[in-house]
Design a protein around this ligand. Structure first.
Ligand code: LLP
Length: 419
C-alpha cells in the first residue's frame, strides 16, 4: 500500500495523518517520511532475497537521518557507508560496526583508521593504491583489516549517466579485464594485515531493468568461483544496490523480480551475500511539503513559485529527475501547464516543468512525491537558504528528526578576519 494516500475528504495524508496538519506545526518546506512505508519496504526487500544467505546494508547516502537509520537498524539492517561522517552517523544510530560496509573510491587514511578502530565489518577497496594504504594502516594499528574488492565488470546499467557506475570509463571498481581484479585479490590474500572478505559490485542506481544486474552478478559469481578454484577464501559476494523505483506513480517497489533473479543466479552456491539498497527503501516513503509563494503569469508560461528550491531538492536540477507534484488539499480540475520553480536565482532552479496543475493561490500546500531518497541528504544552504527540516510519522505520532536549519546557526560557524 502507498504510504501517502488521499483521505475521504480528498486531502493527502501519511499513514492516515493529514499532511496539512503536519505542515501547520513546522516550518515550510518540510520533508515528511512514513515510518510504516520504510519498514514495509525494508521487510519486502528482505523477504525477496530471503532464499539466499544475505545481509542487507542500507545505503545510507540515500537518507541518513538518524531516526530513519535507527528505524531500519531495529528491523535488522546494517549500513553501507561512504565516509567517516556516515560511519559516525551509523554508529550514533545504533548500528553495530560489524554490520557496516565501507564503500567509495577515495577513502582517506584518517577514514580507514576510524573504520579499523571501530572494528568495521567490511571495507570495499577499489584500487591497488587503496589496498596498500589499508594494509599499511592496519599494520600500524596492529590489526587485520577485512577487505572486499569492488570490481568493475564493464556493464551498462542503462540508467542516467550521472548515476551509472558499472562501465570501464567510470572511476569505480577494479577492472576484471586482463586479470587485474584477480591479481589484486591474490595480493590481498597474501597480505598478513588483510583478511580477504570477498568481492563487491555496484553498477548504478535507479535500474528498472533486471538484465544489467544479471550480467554483472553472473560475472561476479564466475570470478568468485575462479578465485575459490585457486584455493582462495571468498566468503562474501556483495551485490550492491541500484533497484529503481516508480517516480511517476510513487508506488511501493515490487522486489519480486529482483529476488527471483538473485535466487536463480546464486541459490546453488554457498557464498554469503551482501545487499546495499538505498533508494528503493526510502524514495517513495517521503514527500517534500512546500507552499506556494506567488503565481506568476509569464508571456507564454505560468510559473508556480514555491518555497522549496534546488537547495532543498537538487534532483530535478542535477539529473532532470521527474518528481510528481500534487496539491495536498483537494483542488479543482487542471487549468493548464505550469513550471513549479523555487526562489533561487538560477534558471535551473525548478522542481517540475510543464506540469498540468489546477488553479493555485499563495499559501497553497503542494507535496513533491518520491522525495525520501537523495532529497534532504543532498540539500545545501545555497543562497543562504537553510534547508528544510525532516519529520517521521510512525505509529500515528510525528517525530521531528531534524529542525529546519537557521540562518543564525550558519552565521555562527563563520568568522571574519581582522582588517
Ligand atoms: N552501493 C553503492 C556502492 C553505491 O554507490 C550506491 C549509490 C548504492 C549502494 C545505493 O544505490 P541505490 O539502491 O540507492 O540505487 N544521487 C543520485 C543517486 C546516487 C547513487 C550513488 N550510489 C540520485 O539522486 O538519483
Amino acid at each position: 500500500m502507498c504510504a501517502f494516500n488521499r483521505l475521504d475528504s480528498g486531502e493527502l495524508a501519511v499513514d492516515g495523518l493529514p499532511l496539512s496538519q503536519i505542515a501547520a506545526a513546522y516550518d515550510s518546506p518540510l520533508y515528511v517520511y512514513s515510518g510504516a512505508g520504510i519498514r514495509d519496504a525494508y521487510r519486502d526487500f528482505a523477504a525477496a532475497i530471503a532464499p539466499v544467505n544475505g545481509k542487507v546494508h542500507f545505503a545510507m547516502k540515500a537518507n541518513s537521518a538518524l531516526g530513519v537509520l535507527a528505524l531500519l537498524a531495529h528491523e535488522g539492517a546494517g549500513a553501507d557507508i561512504v565516509s567517516g561522517g556516515e560511519l559516525s552517523r551509523a554508529l550514533a544510530a545504533g548500528i553495530s560496526a560489524s554490520d557496516i560496509v565501507f564503500s567509495g573510491v577515495g577513502k582517506s587514511k584518517a577514514e580507514i583508521e576510524q573504520a579499523l578502530a571501530a572494528n568495521i565489518g567490511q571495507i570495499n577497496a577499489e584500487s591497488p593504491a587503496e589496498v596498500a594504504m589499508i594494509s599499511a594502516v592496519a599494520k600500524s594499528m596492529g590489526v587485520v583489516a577485512p577487505v572486499a574488492l569492488r570490481v568493475n565488470v564493464d556493464v551498462n546499467a542503462k540508467t542516467h549517466a550521472k548515476i551509472s557506475t558499472g562501465q570501464r570509463d567510470t572511476k569505480f571498481g577494479i577492472s576484471t579485464d586482463q586479470n587485474e581484479a584477480a591479481d589484486l585479490y591474490r595480493v590481498m590474500a597474501a597480505d598478513p594485515h588483510i583478511t580477504p572478505s570477498g568481492l563487491a559490485v555496484h553498477i548504478g542506481s535507479q535500474l528498472r531493468d533486471m538484465a544489467p544486474f544479471e550480467t554483472a552478478y553472473t560475472a561476479l559469481l564466475d570470478l568468485g568461483m575462479a578465485l575459490r578454484a585457486d584455493g582462495l577464501e571468498v566468503p562474501v559476494l556483495d551485490l550492491g544496490g541500484g533497484v529503481g523505483v516508480d517516480y511517476d506513480h510513487a508506488t511501493p517497489t515490487d522486489f519480486t523480480a529482483y529476488g527471483e533473479m538473485v535466487t536463480r543466479i546464486f541459490n546453488k552456491s554457498d557464498f554469503k551475500f551482501g545487499f546495499e539498497p538505498g533508494r528503493a527503501i526510502v524514495a517513495n516513503n517521503g514527500v517534500l511539503l512546500t507552499k506556494v509563494i506567488f503565481i506568476k503569469d509569464g508571456d507564454n508560461k505560468r510559473f508556480v513559485i514555491v518555497d522549496a528550491a534546488m537547495n532543498d531538492l537538487l534532483r530535478p536540477t542535477l539529473y532532470e529527475a521527474h518528481h510528481s507534484i500534487v496539491p495536498v488539499l483537494p483542488a479543482g480540475s487542471d487549468i493548464g501547464l505550469a513550471d513549479i520553480v523555487g526562489p533561487v536565482c538560477e534558471t535551473g532552479d525548478y522542481i517540475g516543468r510543464g506540469r498540468m496543475m489546477p488553479a493555485l493561490a499563495s499559501d497553497d500546500l503542494l507535496a513533491v512525491l518520491s522525495a525520501g531518497a537523495y532529497g534532504a541528504v543532498m540539500a545545501s544552504a545555497y543562497n543562504t537558504r537553510p534547508p528544510a527540516g525532516e519529520v517521521l510519522v510512525l505509529d500515528g505520532a510525528i517525530h521531528e528528526l531534524r529542525a529546519k536549519r537557521t540562518v543564525e546557526s550558519y552565521l555562527a560557524e563563520e568568522s571574519i578576519p581582522e582588517f
